[in-house]
Write a protein that binds this ligand. Structure first.
Ligand code: KG4
Ligand code: ZN
Length: 331
């Protein structure tokens, strides 16, 4: 079962071919980073127009890289929610056109569900239940997964997402866009204890709060007390403040739920310190960890095709009237 996945929910135009939900045949991502660097963030209308320009080429490239033609594609998967409506419409329209022209099934998938399914590209034999941390630009959630497509939410951010915290702190510190990547790179040679920054533990809750962090960073900069702090130390301090809480709460959730495996997903899961700290914590607690490589953490279409495969296997096929949805929780 070869599925062509398409992803256009934000600022990446992506297409990929995945066989049987686990074998990556191609994974093409056309990033709009340079375009949005000028404005320091994504301008929705600009993103949509770029998707329109790119989507046909990206699909062609994904087919060519996989060494297949449209005749070989057995189904089409696309993320239809949540995301920027104009951007989502481009991918959904392309997938509908292909599914209709080729008379093949169409699977519309939730973007966050797809992030989770990147783990099945790495480890196809995951046993349930698992606890999964999803950390992206718009989402920060801990899920318990009891089966394919079965999610219960254990914790979520009450304000900013972890990716937003990375990006906003980076912006306050004058680091290049996109901020999360800049912080990851700089932090490698920085001292995480150099600037004391708060961690919002919220008592016993598995919820998160990151909005106070960017305020603390802004206040620390304004106080003038840290004029001699190197960018590397700022980056390491901010990164530690975010990662400490993500790891501690995920481990608490895993213990509380009695699971044997933790999954990591979303753009922030590409963070090298988060990957290492989670691996260390899981090893210390005797838990297995699955974490996709960075290219499968940030937005891509391989994860869409993989999630689409599991929809197809469960008989969840969508009609050509399937809609795009700006905001919808997975659970
Ligand atoms: O999942 P994603 O690619 O798009 C959304 O669905 O939001 O996540 C994007 C977020 C951005 O906030 C970006 O700064 C962050 O992921 N990110 C990182 C790293 N790579 C991407 N944050 C920290 N370290 C990284 N290496
Ligand atoms: Zn994403």
């Amino acid at each position: 079962m070869k599925i062509l996945g398409i992803e256009t929910s934000c600022d990446e135009t992506a297409a990929a071919v995945v066989a049987d939900g686990r074998k990556l045949l191609s994974n093409v991502v056309s990033s709009q980073i340079d375009l949005h660097a000028k404005t320091g963030g994504v301008v929705p209308e600009v993103a949509s127009r770029k998707h329109v320009e790119q989507v046909g080429y990206v699909v062609d490239e994904a087919l060519a890289a996989a060494g297949v033609g449209l005749d070989d594609i057995d189904g089409y998967a696309v993320s239809n929610r949540p995301g920027l409506l104009g951007a989502l419409l481009v991918g959904v329209s392309a997938a509908k056109a292909l599914a209709y022209a080729r008379q093949r099934p169409l699977m519309a998938v939730h973007h966050i569900e797809a992030h989770l399914y990147a783990n099945w590209l790495v480890e196809p034999a995951i046993e349930f239940p698992v606890v999964a941390l999803v950390v992206s630009g718009g989402h920060t959630q801990i899920f318990r997964m009891t089966g394919h497509g079965e999610y219960a939410i254990l914790g979520r951010t009450r304000d900013d997402a972890a990716g937003e915290a990375f990006d906003k702190c980076a912006r306050a510190l004058g680091f290049p866009y996109p901020g999360g990547v800049s912080i990851d790179r700089l932090a490698k040679t920085g001292d995480p204890a150099r600037v004391p920054l708060p961690r919002a533990w919220l008592g016993d809750s598995l919820d998160f709060s990151f909005s106070g962090l960017k305020t603390s960073v802004a206040q620390a900069i304004r106080s003038g007390k840290h004029g001699d702090v190197r960018p590397e130390d700022w980056a390491a301090s901010v990164q530690a403040a975010i990662v400490d809480v993500l790891v501690a709460k995920t481990m608490r959730a895993a213990r509380q739920e009695g699971v044997g495996r933790v999954l990591l997903a979303g753009g922030v899961a590409a963070n090298s310190h988060l990957q290492q700290a989670m691996a260390d914590a899981c090893a210390a607690d005797g838990l297995a960890l699955t974490a996709p490589p960075p290219v499968l953490c940030t937005d891509n279409a391989a994860m869409i095709a993989c999630a689409g495969y599991y929809h197809w296997a469960a008989g969840k096929i969508d009609g050509l009237d399937v809609d795009t949805i700006a905001s919808e929780e997975l659970a």
